[in-house]
Design a protein around this ligand. Structure first.
Ligand code: TTP
Ligand code: MG
Length: 411
């Protein structure tokens, strides 16, 4: 029986093993790590042709070398002078006084980031946002739509360039850490796929600090033992590493061999906003059900807006007479916190489920799937959305001032 077979890490990782004569193939994910190149600086160079091809430093005001604060980022032209993120701005000025020094424009970068993430979602719904310009995309289930994993990476780069005129670097591997190292490796504007059987070969010559979890302390300790590259670490046996570093040693051992099962973590399931209503009497009165659904949608919408959140998954909970409970969900075209959208979609989901004769005891409306916290701004892509946003703001202000019952939406 297959489920009683315990796989070793290596068997699992390398994708196949034997039971007797039968070869069993295990599926590994296909993961993209995507990261914009010199993000803030690239946006400024895009928007001002005079900055193109020049060293550009984004961060604090250098005040002729006397400024305090640090570099947020800089263009690749500035990197040639040794400037990098988090460097004191005064030092950056000394290294390259002729650079263009500009303050960060967070609002602008968030809008661009939002566009980029929208494109990510055209390629897969399984996304782990890491920062404003970086994410893991699990394309295991979608890459065949675009050809190979590599074709998918190329298409992603093209789509982002066409929409934003920015370049992105893409790493592809079945292991998150390797995908991330690969994208760093091919920067700027690169694409590097590390195929399944080549992971160890790729890692072997790299400095050990490339491994996740090897900080300066571990690096020093390993260096003192003559371990400088990942290949040196991988040459040690598991018991030796365990003896020296305990549980971390085991982790390092597997990482050094490119074995890591961490998956792309969509943060969505964690957080949600929901409201429920239990009817006084079980009901099949559609008017009454819809009236309550609208009210619930309004409450959910308001709470989302208070928390400055927008969700993309809408779930309707339905409890029938006799306590049988069902949940039905749908994915919205865009993240939202608008009452109308929530209500319209909840209604659709509900009527897809509802059958004549059902008596409803409880209904609930939940919105979830609202990661990417740095995108919770109020910048909208079209005028209609802007207007709706303003209407919601007015309603919120009235409710804040006069109470929840002060204003109600007419169905
Ligand atoms: P990164 O992706 O780390 O850097 P980058 O996009 O500028 O350059 P690279 O080509 O190496 O990816 O960070 C994304 C943005 O986050 C960066 O443009 C500016 C901002 N940032 C800071 O403000 N401070 C920092 O210390 C870092 C690392 C980034
Ligand atoms: Mg970047």
């Amino acid at each position: 029986m297959l489920r009683h077979v315990r796989l070793t890490m290596a068997e699992h990782f390398y994708g196949s093993f034997f039971i007797g004569d039968a070869k069993v193939v295990t599926k590994r994910p296909v993961i993209i790590h995507a990261d914009l190149d010199a993000f803030f600086a690239a946006v400024e160079q895009r928007d001002d042709p005079r900055l193109r091809g020049r060293p550009v430093v984004i961060g604090a005001d250098p005040k002729g070398g006397k400024g305090r604060g640090v570099v947020s980022t800089c263009s690749y032209e500035a990197r040639r002078f040794g400037i990098h993120s988090a460097m004191p701005i005064s030092q950056a000025y000394r290294l390259c006084p002729q650079a263009a020094f500009l303050p960060a424009n967070g609002r602008k970068y968030r809008t661009v980031s939002k566009d980029v993430f929208k494109i990510f979602y055209d390629f897969t719904p399984h996304i782990e946002p890491i920062s404003i310009d970086e994410a893991f995309l699990d394309i295991s289930g979608s890459y065949h739509l675009f050809g190979s994993p590599r074709d998918t990476g190329m298409r992603l780069k093209k789509a982002i360039y066409e929409k934003t005129q920015l370049t992105i670097s893409v790493g592809i591997s079945s292991v998150k850490m390797v995908a991330k190292i690969a994208s760093d490796f091919c920067k700027p504007d690169g694409l590097l796929e590390v195929k399944e059987g080549r992971v160890f070969e790729f890692l072997k010559p790299l400095a050990i600090e490339r491994l996740w979890g090897v900080g300066s302390k571990t690096k020093r300790s390993l260096n003192l033992q003559g371990i400088k590259i990942i290949g040196d670490l991988a040459a040690l046996s598991l018991p030796v590493l365990q003896e020296r570093y305990g549980e971390r040693g085991q982790h390092l051992y597997y990482l050094a061999h490119g074995i890591d099962f961490r998956t792309v973590q969509e943060e969505d399931d964690v957080k949600s906003v929901s409201h429920e209503h239990t009817f006084d009497r079980d009901t099949d009165d559609k008017e009454e059900i819809l009236k309550n659904m609208l009210h619930l949608s309004e409450k959910v919408s308001r709470r989302l807006r208070r928390a400055d959140l927008k969700g993309r998954t809408l779930t309707v909970k339905i409890r029938l007479k006799g306590f049988r409970t069902f949940t039905r969900a749908c994915t919205l075209a865009e993240r939202t916190n608008f009452t109308d959208t929530i209500y319209k979609e909840a209604k659709k989901v509900f009527f897809n489920f509802y059958k004549k004769g059902y008596k409803i005891r409880l209904i609930g409306v939940r919105v979830s799937n609202f990661h990417i916290p740095y995108m919770q701004d109020s910048l909208f892509s079209n005028e209609g959305d802007k207007k709706l946003e303003q209407i919601h703001k007015v309603v919120d202000r009235i409710k804040d001032k006069y109470g929840e019952r002060a204003i109600h939406r007419a169905k």
